[in-house]
Design a protein around this ligand. Structure first.
Ligand code: ADP
Ligand code: ADP
Length: 226
């Protein structure tokens, strides 16, 4: 599904160049649940941002189901993000003074889905994350765990093929973290490929594969399912 070949990322040039990712090869199959771990500064966010088409590599090739993302225009990459990927971030990134339901409808607005279908699908997504009773609350009236549930509903309402999660439990206590991971595991079980950055071992344990980065290189790639 995903193939990175000899991907590099370098900031700056000449003497001041910082090589954040060294030629890196990585293949991820449909339905996998991958955790990316590694020390701070090892390149986790950079790699995740490249996988999420939020950032472009300095070199190498990123193919998604055979399509070379490097050949897409800026607009085509935006469409790829919008239709194929879903994103969950540590900081939830919900719109303030906007109900949970409206937050979840937002990506469907960008897809041009009709108001009626949007409402139905957003409600269904909120039911799936256990927030049926909180649809009309705005983020300030929700706990951190509930806000992350809204963010997950917003990420999956478009039925993405891949869920990209950057420290999805970073702002949550232990119990809330496990609840969120159970939810993410459930979506993975339904077929969504999950790629997640975390620095917590217990959180990475939900994945079926762990990639350990060090200094921009894959130091270890462990398949737990095997
Ligand atoms: P991690 O997520 O593992 O903490 P990052 O991918 O955020 O690592 O960063 C890896 C390295 O790249 C760090 O040394 C960071 O300082 C550097 N870096 C990240 N973004 C930039 C940037 N925009 N300009 C220069 N250096 C950057
Ligand atoms: P951190 O790396 O401190 O954990 P986040 O998890 O919030 O920060 O974000 C990770 C990366 O994704 C950052 O490079 C950030 O710029 C980017 N990002 C965060 N939110 C969004 C968003 N809503 N849309 C696009 N990019 C985002």
């Amino acid at each position: 599904m995903i193939s990175l070949e000899q991907i590099t990322k370098t900031y700056g040039s000449g003497e001041a160049a910082t090589h954040v990712l060294h030629p890196l090869d990585l293949r991820i199959g449909q339905g996998e649940f991958v955790a990316i771990m590694g020390p701070s500064g090892s390149g986790k966010s950079t790699l995740l941002n490249i996988l999420g088409a939020l950032d472009v590599p300095s070199g190498g090739r990123y193919r998604f189901e055979g399509t070379d993302l490097g050949r897409l225009t800026h607009e085509q990459r935006a469409l790829f993000r919008r239709y194929v990927l879903g994103f969950v971030f540590q900081g939830f990134n919900l719109l303030k003074r906007t109900s949970a339901l409206e937050n979840v409808e937002m990506p469907l607005i960008y897809q041009g889905v009709s108001a009626r279908e949007r409402r139905e699908r957003a409600e269904e997504a909120l039911v799936q994350v256990g927030l049926a009773e909180r649809m009309h609350h705005d983020p300030s009236q929700l706990s951190g765990g509930q806000q992350q549930r809204v963010a997950i509903a917003r990420a999956i309402v478009t039925q993405p093929q891949v869920l990209i999660a950057d420290e999805p439990t970073g702002n949550l206590d232990t119990q809330r973290s496990h609840e969120i991971m159970e939810l993410i595991r459930g979506f993975n079980a339904k077929g969504i490929t999950v790629i997640m950055v975390t620095h917590e071992e217990e959180i990475a344990d939900y994945a079926s594969r762990t990639i350990l980065l060090r200094d921009g290189r894959i130091e270890r790639d462990t398949d737990h399912a095997a």
